[in-house]
Ligand binder design. Structure first.
Ligand code: DGP
Ligand code: NA
Ligand code: NA
Length: 208
């Protein structure tokens, strides 16, 4: 039966395995015959993405409010493209989304989670959020963080706490300290049941 695609978001702190797992998920779904595309936020190729990249690599200082709004704009840029794909029956596997937006900025001094959620309100609402749950200590022990601006264990600990406050009914918390294969299997099982169930459902609006 035809129908719309599912919007699947993968979230987690830095080094939780998101990018590897997104790739494995997409190839498994393709081999099952599903129409699926992978997306990644921030998309560093667009104009907003280049500004975000310069900020993350410390080549450009920006006010934290501006940074927050750039990340949000970087998602809104893809909104119509995402809806078009979903309506065509293409499922989307999205590496980071608005939850990262709220969890990272609200880890900064003076930003509440509530304020941080505002600019992303109304984006396509995910059908499933797979949260790769790993403590900041475990993440750090995986070969260390890189040089980017948020890659510090104390900051990541706050981000982790913030993520857990964003949990809603479409979230599945996956223990990301398991083997890569077990994490993959758990993610795939969840995705398979969601893809079958969304076909007749409308796409909602996030946080509205
Ligand atoms: P990544 O390319 O997935 O490693 O993401 C780059 C960094 O930016 C990473 O530390 C997570 C952070 N990040 C991702 N999305 C957002 C967002 O919307 N807002 C903020 N402040 N940070 C974000
Ligand atoms: Na990173
Ligand atoms: Na804060």
């Amino acid at each position: 039966m035809s129908g719309r695609g599912a919007l699947i978001v993968v979230e987690g702190i830095d080094r939780s395995g998101k990018t590897t797992q997104c790739a494995k998920l997409v190839s498994a779904l393709l081999s099952q015959g599903h129409k699926v595309e992978v997306m990644k936020f921030p998309d560093r190729t667009t104009e907003t993405g280049k500004m975000i990249d310069a900020y993350l690599q410390r080549d450009q200082t920006l006010d934290d409010h501006v940074v927050h709004l750039l990340f949000s704009a970087n998602r809104w840029e893809q909104c119509s493209n995402m809806l078009e794909n979903l309506h065509k029956g293409v499922s989307l596997i999205v590496d980071r989304y608005a939850y990262s937006g709220a969890a990272y900025t609200s880890a900064k001094q003076g930003f509440t989670l509530d304020w941080c959620k505002n600019p992303d309100k109304g984006l396509p609402d995910p059908d499933l959020v797979l949260f790769l749950n790993l403590s900041s200590k475990e993440a750090e022990s995986r070969g260390g963080y890189g040089e980017e601006i948020y890659e510090k264990v104390e900051f990541q600990k706050k981000v982790h706490n913030n993520f857990l406050q964003l949990k809603s009914k479409q979230w599945k918390v996956i223990d990301a300290s398991q083997s890569e294969e077990n994490v993959h299997r758990e993610m795939l099982n969840n995705v398979n049941s969601v893809i079958e169930n969304v076909k007749g459902q409308q796409i909602g609006k996030l946080w509205l």
